[in-house]
Design a protein around this ligand. Structure first.
Ligand SMILES: CC(C)(COP(=O)(O)OP(=O)(O)OC[C@H]1O[C@@H](n2cnc3c(N)ncnc32)[C@H](O)[C@@H]1OP(=O)(O)O)[C@@H](O)C(=O)NCCC(=O)NCCS
Length: 172
């Protein structure tokens, strides 16, 4: 068991935070090219990630940042889209939520669902006044959860390093 697990007896397992939202895409969701608009999927991703963050932290959590969102395949009208989210990593008051979006094609529903997007978002638990509050640690259960936890730490380190580099550049 890794250090963050033994130091975190009051945490919640990763599986506790897992949430899935599903939706059939319709004509109002499309862009000028007739496929589903990226902004529609981004809202869907933010919604499911927010639900996972709220469940894990046992209260309100706000979106602080979207670290990355990749659209790997187009989504079409009629596709049944599922967004799966889980808390990958926790800090003091922040959480990284990973989201995997898959589509069941309306015209080949017996085929395996296709991955259409992947995203990583940072949420911060907040109190009634909107101030950050401490969130309980997430406890990875499987080797895959552990991998995601470590990769979230890499993304955080890169984000902080990039912020420091930009700050230093601005200060000349
Ligand atoms: C997110 C928010 C609560 C952070 O408040 P803050 O006073 O800047 O918080 P702090 O600087 O004390 O940082 C708190 C945590 O947020 C993290 N954080 C803050 N800004 C961040 C950013 N841009 N990216 C990633 N993490 C960030 C910090 O790393 C820290 O994490 P830790 O406690 O786990 O180490 C505040 O900026 C806010 O309310 N933003 C608006 C959120 C919103 O309206 N979202 C859209 C609708 S939900």
């Amino acid at each position: 068991m890794t250090e963050h697990l033994s130091a975190a007896p009051i945490g919640k397992p990763t599986s506790y935070s897992r949430v899935t939202l599903s939706k059939i895409m319709t004509a109002v969701d499309v862009n000028l090219y007739g496929t589903v608009h990226g902004g529609v999927l981004m809202k869907f991703v933010d919604d499911v990630a927010g639900a996972a963050a709220a469940r894990h932290s046992g209260g309100t959590a706000v979106t602080a940042a979207i670290d990355e969102i990749v659209f790997s395949e187009a989504v079409r009208v009629g596709d049944l889209v599922h967004a799966h989210a889980q808390v990958n990593w926790t800090g003091q008051t922040s959480m990284e939520v990973g989201v995997r979006v898959v589509a069941e094609r309306w015209d080949s529903a017996e085929d395996a669902a296709v991955r259409v997007a992947t995203a990583y978002l940072v949420f911060v638990g907040v109190d009634v006044g909107g101030a950050p509050r401490v969130v309980r640690p997430v406890l990875p259960e499987t080797a895959e959860d552990e991998r995601r936890y470590k990769e979230a730490e890499i993304r955080r380190a890169h984000r902080l390093a990039r912020r420091r580099a930009i700050q230093a550049h601005r200060e000349g």
